[in-house]
Design a protein around this ligand. Sequence first.
Ligand code: SF4
Length: 239
Amino acid sequence: MSTVDLVLELAQRKNIVNIIPKGKLFKSHGCMHWSKMTGKMFGKRAIGRPMTSRCLDNQEIDGCICQKCYATTINKVYPNMAAALQRNRDVNPDDVYTNPPAFACNDDMTWRSNWNGDYQDEHDVLIDMELCYVLNYAVCTAWTKNIAAVEAMEDYRPSNYTVMQSSFMINEQDDMSDQADQIFTIYTAEYAAENDIEINCIGACRLCKRCYGDLSHRPKVVNELLKGSEAKYFELMGL
Ligand code: SF4
């Protein structure tokens, strides 16, 4: 195994991409960290970012799903992750890669953006789009509440960049943007049972995979129960 292959192998094992010295395979040290995740995202390749000021403002709004934010919890549990998340935002989009990457994204060639945090602005979107151009064999599903930032980048959008618009409020599906491929909404057990909401998300992406890869197999509307309300839902539904 060559030194470069060995470094790439180690990079994959560490879930870190682009640790190659300048001038080897990539233009610079712009680091994209493929974060390790637990829970719903266990085993998925994904990129996280710091929470934005919008994220924090949203947490003040009654009924907003951001009040139940998973990132808030995990960032407290793993405070050392903050630097890597920040690097994912600070990277210069021109420096993402310059040559075809020599690593495999993962076994199903799909990845998720914004498993933690959200797009702050068009700069964050551009980084993902640059990654899509380089990782042209893989499909990105970018989850966001900042659909305006995606809409602003419409003309630059590569075909392997797909978007899951994340609804702002619990129990209320947002109007779906033309730039969104799917829409994701969280429901309480009571609301879902009373309003005949189809709950079609099992909360385990690695097993389910329906929101990744080829768009033809994806549900347009994805509904998940609020964490912790599953037992109540089953009881209300007589299951
Ligand atoms: S429907 Fe499946 S792939 Fe989509 S978010 Fe839910 S668990 Fe993940």
